[in-house]
Design a protein around this ligand. Structure first.
Ligand code: SAM
Length: 266
């Protein structure tokens, strides 16, 4: 059960986290933030957000544990495989010859970015893939370190067919390592989409399962940055439960049905 917010002490805590560490969770969805922080409170036997704030002063290493709790990393290779199947058709049609720039925003431990790299390797010619660039960004340094190591457990691999496993992964001690030709296609970097400027001139933009953690006003604010990033005619891929904020909906046409994939109108 989430701990109740008394006298605005949750707001004060979020303000403190922002001032001390620069992590801005103030406009993340309230219910989700309360649930995640409450987990730390329960573990530490801490009765209120105010007490937790005092605890952070006494033990600043708790900030990192809280941060890792607030930024949820659940993912897997080829999450919602039908989205990738559709993307394969689209890139084959539109980017066979042109240099493709992909941005995977909120990439977590890298499963999605490497899935994109594998998909492009399957769909594009050697020349087109040599000219393609895939940027994968996240707010969390530790997640990006793990992404660069590219080691995954079986749980992340359930959508990866055997022939793709054989071709793009090596397996030892129950862990799958993405092969270097795929690793080399992805450039990982820290980018906080709430606070930093976005990447420009993008052809395909994945931003999945990140918006769901933002409140409506932050969704609109962040979407403006994504919209700026994506070239006219480019593809935007959101998560299954995410929609384009109303202010921008007229600029995007759905690709397929129920795929959360959109083409930016030219
Ligand atoms: C649930 S994961 C999504 C992973 C992948 N996109 C997927 O759909 O499988 C959400 C990711 O968003 C990242 N994230 C949260 N807030 C962020 C922000 N302000 N800027 C960039 N990334 C953020 C988290 O660290 C986490 O890795």
């Amino acid at each position: 059960m989430p701990v109740k917010d008394r006298d605005g002490d949750l707001d004060m805590l979020l303000e403190k986290i922002f001032n001390e560490r620069g992590w801005d969770f103030r406009n993340y969805k309230r219910s989700s933030v309360m649930r995640r922080i409450s987990k730390r409170l329960a573990l530490l036997d801490c009765p209120s957000y105010g007490d937790y704030s005092v605890l952070l002063d006494r033990d600043p290493s708790e900030y990192d544990r809280l941060f890792s709790n607030l930024t949820i990393k659940v993912s897997e290779f080829f999450r919602e495989p039908e989205v990738f199947a559709r993307l394969c058709e689209a890139v084959k049609e539109d980017w066979r010859e042109k240099a493709l720039k992909v941005w995977c925003c909120g990439c977590g431990h890298g499963e999605e970015a490497y899935s994109i790299a594998i998909l492009l390797s399957e769909c594009l010619s050697f020349e087109a893939i040599s000219n393609a660039r895939i940027f994968a960004t996240d707010i969390d340094h530790d997640a990006l370190d793990a992404a660069r190591k590219a080691l995954y457990r079986e749980e992340s691999m359930k959508n990866v067919l055997q022939d793709l496993r054989d071709k793009y992964f090596s397996c030892a001690d129950g862990l799958y390592k993405v092969k270097h030709n795929i690793r080399n296609l992805v450039k990982f970097g820290v980018l906080d989409i709430v606070r930093n400027p976005s990447i420009s001139g993008v052809d395909v933009l994945f931003c999945r399962n990140l918006f769901i953690y933002f409140n409506k006003s932050l969704q609109a604010e962040v979407f403006e940055k994504l919209d700026y990033s994506l070239k006219p005619g480019g593809l935007l891929v959101l998560g299954k439960a995410e929609v384009i904020p109303p202010l921008f909906a007229h600029k995007y046409a759905p690709v397929g049905t129920r795929l959360s994939t959109y083409r930016k109108r030219t």
